[in-house]
Design a protein around this ligand. Structure first.
Ligand code: BTN
Length: 245
């Protein structure tokens, strides 16, 4: 069960860092939550603001066999968070490949990381940040939203976390493990993605370089896009951000 081993800190640098330093001594599916993070980070190493009131946690997986792709584990949680928000009558979208948006504003960011000491990953860490009761700083009001303002009341972050973990385990993770393929959960993911075939999107690379392209194909593992010169490229999660143009 996800979270059977549960560790809570009032404050810590980052729950992902905690698992990176301690994964050897912890069982698979350990959950680490912090009320406040002092150095929370997201994809591309971006700073992740983690004030009191938000849900900041990480989950450790130590898979015994393949598949070992961290982005598949991220997808398990994106879908579980989508379902949990739907329970609160919130219609979210998954921003390819992993974040959750409500009315184009970010409510949740997820980052997947692998620990590799040999040829294949030994551990996978999924870090989840959800704006629940934390106030959104004024300069981010156009880009981010919290659950409290959407449903007009505060909700316990632990309750939300338990709902997500329960859903992730029972509806997606067990199926994914059984089939050893992410395809079983991809159908639903495709349905709730914020992009579709033929959409024009802006790719933003690690150096913030932007390029407009059209989406040709969405597969479980990558996007195939075509640029204005007709070149076809594959885009993998993690290396690039995709923004709707
Ligand atoms: C992103 O949108 O880039 C992903 C943000 C992930 C933030 C979470 S908060 C809990 C965990 N600990 C971290 O340092 N990061 C993740």
């Amino acid at each position: 069960m996800i979270g059977e081993n549960y560790i809570h800190f009032y404050d810590i640098d980052s729950t992902n860092n905690y698992l990176k330093n301690n994964w050897r001594n912890l069982p698979s599916e350990t959950v680490v939550r912090a009320s406040v993070q002092n150095s929370g980070y997201g994809r591309k190493g971006n700073h992740w603001s983690s004030e009191l009131g938000g849900l900041w946690y990480s989950v450790l997986f130590k898979p015994k066999s393949r598949p070992l792709n961290p982005w598949h584990y991220v997808r398990v949680f994106s879908l579980a968070i989508y379902d949990t928000l739907a329970k609160y009558s919130i219609n979210a979208k998954i921003k390819w490949p992993n974040d959750l948006l409500v009315n184009d504003k970010k409510i949740c960011g997820i980052v997947g990381e692998s620990i590799i000491t040999g040829k294949v990953p030994n551990a996978i860490i999924v870090g989840i940040g959800i704006n629940v009761n934390n106030d959104i700083p004024y300069h981010l009001k156009n880009y981010a939203v919290n659950l409290k303002s959407l449903i007009d009341k505060e909700v316990s972050v632990e309750k939300i976390m338990n709902e997500i973990n329960h859903k992730a385990y029972n509806s997606y993770y067990l199926r994914y493990l059984k089939e050893k393929s992410v395809s079983v959960i991809t159908k639903k993911w495709l349905k709730v993605l914020n992009i579709k075939i033929n959409d024009e999107v802006t790719l933003i690379n690690l150096n913030e370089k932007k390029e407009n392209v059209f989406i040709e194909k969405i597969t479980p593992d990558y996007l195939e896009v075509i640029d204005i010169d007709g070149n076809i490229k594959k885009i993998y999660a993690g290396e690039i951000s995709v923004r709707k143009s």
